[in-house]
Write a protein that binds this ligand. Structure first.
Ligand SMILES: [Zn+2]
Length: 182
């Protein structure tokens, strides 16, 4: 009897209660066969962790936020582990430090000796593999550019830390020559 009533109800517009993650209201409603919050007037789907019922937009937002946090955490691990090795590889006078803007992917900043050129190379860990991308920021010339592959179609990818550092130092050497000619 109870089982029959439950089946009838499920086939209609009611299922077991769940809590809307937006307004906190308990709802058992279905609309067009999908979970619905009558207070927020939104369809509800499980978020990416499967623990809360939220809108499609919120699920997307949470997924994106989690992915970003993961990338930052991964990159933080990589730059922290790599830093001592890079510090050992640069000549005296050069500075190698972790550059970590809040809520952004951390990079390793490579600075030439003071008094040469006001420019920094940033080594950014590539996502999903072990390589690096390199950007040059020349404050004196107010330019900021990634190192490109020959032909300039894609940002250059450096498979090893040593190769990335070599490319960064070569690019900074060019900026130093430019600065010297001013
Ligand atoms: Zn709601």
């Amino acid at each position: 009897m109870t089982g029959q009533a439950h089946t009838d109800a499920a086939a209609d517009t009611v299922e077991s209660d769940l809590r809307c993650g937006h307004c906190g209201t308990s709802t058992a409603m279905l609309r067009q066969g999908q979970r619905w919050c009558g207070t927020c007037h939104i369809w509800l789907v499980r978020d990416h962790t499967g623990t809360e019922w939220v809108s499609y937009a919120e699920r997307e937002h949470r997924q994106h936020a989690t992915e970003t946090a993961r990338r930052i955490a991964d990159a933080t691990g990589v730059v922290t582990r790599t830093l001592p090795r890079l510090q050992a590889l640069v000549p005296p006078g050069w500075q190698v430090t972790v550059h970590q803007p809040s809520s952004a992917i951390p990079t390793i900043a490579v600075d030439p000796p003071p008094g040469t050129v006001d420019a920094t190379a940033y080594l950014q860990p590539a996502d999903g593999d072990r390589g690096w991308y390199v950007r040059i920021h020349n404050r004196a010339r107010r330019i900021d550019f990634p190192l490109y592959t020959a032909g300039g179609a894609h940002a250059a990818y450096f498979a090893t830390t040593a190769k990335a550092l070599h490319a960064a130092r070569t690019a900074l050497a060019i900026e130093m020559v430019d600065a010297g000619h001013r």
